[in-house]
Design a protein around this ligand. Structure first.
Ligand SMILES: [Fe+2]
Length: 335
């Protein structure tokens, strides 16, 4: 039995006490003014072209909701900002490391935050290394699909991978086949499924959205952006990177959505890959992490707008309720 699964009861009990303590600390921080009580409402989420937008969703990465600190506040603020939107959003994506320790109380807290803020749109979650490390797969799947299916029911296509169609666009959520510490193990079966699902999704010329917690090897400023990397794939998805890339590279209009690095919006956020620039890789900042190497700090998210011929990513300070500005955004022209 994996160590975290074995110690889950002990950690769970301690974490439950901590979580109560942290909510007291948080309310003290709000009343002392060191944490915002609510995001501003004068620069709400709004589609660039409301008439023609086909799909608009919020994208968050690395919420890493942690029973042992107060970072749950950022998810709460983000969900308030979500509900303040002028253009109704159709869903929320969280690109892995949903929780810090994958404790039951952490998964439950996220559900409480969603419910307290009246969230009832489509939710698509991916797992990250923090959600799966040192735990038995059955426990991981119970917790992960427990939260996922409370809001949007998905059909697993393997252990932690599934696809979902939203307004006619396909979202492919990848996930490690085994419990891993930092990287993801994407086996042949999942690669074959990725290939087949991408083939179907792109047959009519539409873009396809692939969600993978970690970035591909040697992208988004690696190894520099990971810092402590000792092997050539450190900070990336790992040794299956080339195999994943080879599948993605077969298709046009591939939008790869990733997290994991905790870099703020800036020079490492957007990258064009593929033999003919057919893959746009986007590395989103960690909402619940103190990001560096770009815009610094917690509370960063993004709004993704999909049009017939373009996909627009707009960087947003979701905890304060404001767009960062056009220099942090990306417009992808579809082929
Ligand atoms: Fe993370």
């Amino acid at each position: 039995m994996a160590i975290m699964t074995m110690l889950d009861g002990v950690f769970g009990a301690i974490a439950g006490v901590f979580m109560k303590l942290m909510s007291v600390v948080l309310s003290l921080m709000v009343s002392a003014g060191s944490m915002a009580a609510a995001p501003a409402t004068d620069d709400p989420i709004k589609a660039t072209d409301e008439e023609n937008v086909q799909l608009i969703v919020e994208v968050l990465a690395d919420t890493q909701l942690n029973a042992f600190n107060t970072n749950s506040a950022y998810l709460d603020l983000a969900m308030q900002d979500y509900q303040n939107a002028e253009t109704d959003l159709e869903g929320l994506l969280i690109l892995g490391d949903v929780t810090e320790n994958s404790l039951e109380c952490e998964w439950n807290r996220i559900s409480e935050i969603f419910n307290a803020n009246g969230f009832d749109d489509t939710l698509l979650l991916a797992t990250g290394n923090h959600d799966i490390r040192l735990r038995d797969m059955e426990q991981i799947k119970d917790r992960f699909y427990g939260l996922q299916n409370e809001f949007t029911v998905v059909e697993p296509e393997g252990e932690l991978n599934y696809s979902y169609e939203l307004n006619g666009y396909t979202f492919i959520v990848m996930g490690s086949d085994t419990s891993e510490m930092e990287e993801a193990n994407i086996g042949d079966e999942q690669l074959a499924w990725l290939d087949a699902t991408m083939s179907e999704a792109t047959a009519d010329g539409k873009p396809v959205f692939v969600i993978l917690h970690q970035v591909l090897a040697n992208t988004h400023g690696l190894p520099y952006t990971w810092g402590n990397g000792s092997n050539k794939t450190a900070g990336s998805v790992g040794e299956d990177s080339d195999a994943i890339y080879n599948v993605l590279n077969k298709y046009e209009n591939v939008i790869l959505l990733t997290g994991h690095l905790h870099t703020g919006f800036g020079q490492y956020t957007y990258e064009t890959l593929g033999d003919n620039g057919n893959i746009t890789s986007i590395n989103f900042p960690g909402l619940g992490k103190d990001c560096i190497q770009g815009i610094e700090g917690y509370g960063q998210g993004a709004i993704m707008e999909v049009y017939e011929d373009q996909v627009i990513i707009r960087a947003r300070d979701v905890s304060n309720g404001a767009y960062y500005g056009a220099e942090y955004d990306l417009t992808i022209d579809l082929k």
